[in-house]
Write a protein that binds this ligand. Structure first.
Ligand SMILES: NC(=O)c1ccc[n+]([C@@H]2O[C@H](COP(=O)([O-])OP(=O)(O)OC[C@H]3O[C@@H](n4cnc5c(N)ncnc54)[C@H](OP(=O)(O)O)[C@@H]3O)[C@@H](O)[C@H]2O)c1
Length: 317
């Protein structure tokens, strides 16, 4: 007989709207299907797409006609409390983390969530749940943009905009660990921070024409888009690549510059690669703020303001 409760606390957005639509409620606890595990969530990472989707943009179109009421959140870390049919990869008591279900509804802002085992990795031993949750979507996005889409190689030059942000601060570390020369673009407040991540060159994005003096790069990972896209693209060598992460409203890239569209995909095996980098001491997520689950609305205000250094994480006790 299961000792797990039938109901749980979760953040629910009854309808799309501002941060005030996020309410802490009691809802039915999910059960794991075949190939899934049930996770007691200890920490949920907050990403810009959480706030965009809550407002009716972002991944809303993937939630379907009955997408709301919606439990936000895709990044989680916690402990397996039940294994569904056929699951051999993880067992009760294993610490796991991942970006689960994206872009469909996954409900990480809750005491319990289910996830397919293919989308999870064991949490790095050297990270607590808060930092494991902070690693998931940012780390996967950075890896998929730099390596899968960008083909980054040792000794290549790579530019990263929003280098202090949730994706950027992990991208700088991953690229430096791969042996690339990293040009990090950040505001003056974040110069010291991005230097500690392994950036070789740091450019102040608040200066006019900030891209003008940069030696050409093989790859630009533009994690900001909008006003950063054209200057970032102007630094890319002919035949090189720009990856702009905000996927909406991308003006065309210059002729001869590859411009793949990256839409982060859950991937437990890539999370294992990131876990390995963490265990080697080459990758460390930075958490600037932790907030209790009940303060999800505040977390959304902060992430939407755009000034986050590293990550914001919700804790669920
Ligand atoms: N395509 C995908 O699959 C995918 C996946 C993940 C994320 N994304 C998108 O990628 C973007 C970045 O995500 P994130 O999690 O890294 O966001 P984030 O953590 O909110 O990024 C915050 C960073 O943006 C920088 N920033 C603020 N204003 C800026 C400006 N005017 N110009 C340049 N940089 C500025 C800030 O650093 P400074 O003040 O130092 O510049 C801050 O550290 C979001 O739009 C997100 O939705 C897309």
């Amino acid at each position: 007989m299961s000792e797990l409760p039938d109901v749980m606390r979760a953040i629910v957005a009854a309808e799309p709207g501002g941060p005030e639509v996020l309410e802490l409620r009691e809802v039915p606890r999910p059960s794991p299907g075949p190939g899934e595990v049930l996770i007691r969530v200890a920490a949920a990472g907050v990403n810009p797409v959480d706030a965009k989707t809550r407002s009716g943009a972002g991944a809303t179109r993937f939630l379907g006609d009955d997408g709301f009421p919606w439990i936000p959140g895709w990044d989680l870390a916690g402990t397996v409390v039940e294994a569904g049919f056929g699951v051999a990869r993880f067992g009760v008591g294993d610490r796991v983390f991942g970006t689960v279900g994206f872009p469909y509804a996954a409900g990480a802002y809750a005491e319990y969530a289910t996830a397919h085992v293919s989308q999870l990795s064991r949490s790095p031993r050297s990270l607590d749940d808060v930092h494991a949750a902070a690693l998931a979507m940012g780390g996967l996005t950075a890896w998929q943009a730099l390596v899968d889409a960008g083909g980054l190689e040792t000794n290549q030059r790579v530019l990263v905009t929003a280098a202090a942000g949730g994706v950027g601060h992990l991208a700088v570390q991953i690229a430096a660990d791969l042996g690339a020369v990293v040009v990090a673009v950040a505001s003056p407040d974040n110069v010291d921070f991005v230097r500690t991540l392994g950036a070789s060159e740091i450019v102040d994005r608040t200066q006019p024409d900030w891209a003008a003096g940069i030696e050409p790069v093989d790859l630009a990972l533009d994690a900001f888009g909008g006003p950063a896209r054209e200057p970032a693209a102007s630094t890319v060598k002919p035949g090189g690549t720009i990856v702009t992460l905000p996927t909406a409203n991308r003006p065309p890239a210059p002729d001869g510059v590859h411009d793949p569209l990256v839409f982060v995909a859950p991937d437990g095996l890539e999370l294992q690669l990131l876990t390995g980098s963490v265990e080697r001491g080459a990758l460390k997520p930075h958490v600037s703020e932790t907030l209790p689950l009940a303060d999800a609305a505040r977390a959304h205000e902060l992430i939407a303001a755009g000034g986050t250094r590293g990550k914001i994480v919700l804790t669920i006790d």
